[in-house]
Design a binder for this molecule. Sequence first.
Ligand code: C2E
Ligand code: MG
Ligand code: MG
Length: 700
Amino acid sequence: MLSNYEEMELGWFWETDAEGRIVYASEPVAAKLAGSPDGLLGRDLMSLFKSPDDADRRRTLPFQLIRRAKFEHMLAMIDMDGVEHCWSLSGNPQTDAKGNFAGYLGHGVDVTAQHQSAVESSRLATSDQLTGLANRVRMAAKLDGIMSAMRAQRRPCAVMLVNLDRFKPINDSMGHAVGDALLKQVATRLVKIVGDADKVGRIGGDEFQILLQDAHDRGSLGELATAIVEGLSQPYSINGSRCLVGTSVGIAVTPFDGGTSEEVMRNVDLALYDAKCGGGGGYRFFSTEFLKAANERRELEQDLMDALSRGEIAVHYQPVVNAATNEVSGFEALMRWNHPKRGRISPAVFIPIAEEANLIPALGEWTLRQACMDAAKWPGELRVAVNVSPIQFANENLPQIVVSALANSGLPPERLELEITESVFLGDSFETDARFAALKRLGVRLALDDFGTGYSSLGYLKTAPFDKIKIDQSFVRGTTEEGARNQAIIAAIVALANALGMETTAEGIESFDQLETMKALKVSHIQGFLYSRAVSAEELTGYIHDGKWVIKPNGPAKQRHSRHATFRKVGVIHDNHYYAAVLRNFSASGALIDGIVDVPEGTQFVVDLGEGQLAVATVRRAMNHQQGVEFEQPLVDDGTGGLCTRHRVSPAVLAAAGLTYDPSNPKNNLVAKTGDGQLSLPAFHTITEWKAAIEGGGMV
Ligand code: C2E
Ligand code: MG
Ligand code: MG
């Protein structure tokens, strides 16, 4: 029966000696594997087989054989005629008369077909149906696997989150079939850019994840992220029509940015969030500051809930001036938050928080009512403009709220202007048209705010009944910085606005050269610090008592370029000491450091830029307490327009050097262990030792 079994190739029997060499193998199998019935004799059993890729270490043949344990149904891969087969092996350890281990008697069955179908069904369960990429489940398992292997081997892994900007409106307006087709094309492009489908997964609607083992060089990661942002932002052709979508990328690298997969995922999410907040279309490396910012956002959100009832919110008013006459035509109402502990908080900070926390309806309504009441007391025809968040605009009760605010205050509708941003056009277009029509019927004016920051589609102007276009200050800036291009666009907007009977306001005018440019471009109204900042309601009444206010512009002749000098606390490590210093300015190649005295030219030290970012630098210029230093390795773009070091030194290495991270103090966060402001460094003493740690990415 056994011979029959062997001949029919239903399975094979094998036997090894105490050293693991094959002393018996069923003939048909031996012939197949080794070319002859005796071909396998004397060969090491272990060397014939290889473990499946996903095998747990304890479920591998070598592990069992070395332990001399009994094993059953162990899967092992073997190459037969160039095709990979999967065998299920079982073995029983044998002992000789003296009780010593004498080898194995075993049995094996070819289970290739079953194995393939098991692999295939688990692949299906962990695949994204639409794109065929790994899904969230598989990516999470992969990350877990990498992280546990990596901890032992001290290898880094980069995690990227790729999220499409403004995908939802495309999906909503063009239909889900188009959305699906777009996602498929995005997946294809992404795989092509990354160069390996195994590293890419789709873990949510428009969210993709990339896992890059052994990648921690922030220069190359930044380049890859840039390639992704640029590659995915090229136009798509879907069923013959053109479609555009932007992309944001967040990047975190283990173990620097988290020791567990939960931590890394939370942090890469925060990096992505920051990339999105920057308007999208870019990448961000995680920084502990994001964690601090996230905590702060949560705290502010808490405080914001009670801010109204505690009377911390006020409305201030910024004049809008007629460009030809310098006469004030109205005011923009701008929310101000006076926080009991933090002082004044900019609406640019708290409005987005209010929008996310669903606090904007209450805050917005309060501001609208307050602004109407204040404006009703103003003499003459002075108008008030109130910002309306897209969330307020989407509420079908908005027209009723406006009616009620007007009725309660007695303000005539034509003196109220509602400022609306382009993003409202991304919602349901039927609803949007209906809302515009309803508001227009009330007799209030409508202004298109922040034109030039979003889609800037002139198409909206034709369909929506605006009375005014407000050209965003970022666009205005471009007119004096980059020459003619923005000017030509503004000229076109003004021409179109005139043709459609709309006014134009240029926002954020700070200097006379900007004012002259706007006047030359025939912009009708100006708003900006050159005329006035927003003032409180009380202060305002002092200026407008006779119903008329002419402001003389006052400010710099030319726009100052926004180059901020830095004042960043850093550490300087030299010999056995850690000195606190200040970075005055820095570029990719060097920096000016303040705070250490009399350092001879040519001295090398380590600059600690925080978060494990250590840079070896050489003093090139010494001036008393300031040193001009040159970095050994140039810094790289950090995605925010700032700079960071290419490699970081891992927390473990820092700890070995007697330095520790303090996440609550992200800047300059290597904390001294010993007193008097200086630190003795037990592990690394020489620049050469530091260099080894830094250049090896600290993966020592
Ligand atoms: P916005 O509607 O574009 O308002 C104009 C912003 O530009 C104001 O910032 C104003 O102070 C600032 N600004 C005016 N002239 C100049 C200038 O010459 N130079 C510079 N650098 N800035 C200038 P603010 O008050 O910080 O408000 C920021 C944004 O917060 C506003 O942008 C608006 O989008 C939002 N916001 C403010 N109040 C409200 C509100 O009551 N409701 C809603 N939904 N959003 C509001
Ligand atoms: Mg506005
Ligand atoms: Mg604006």
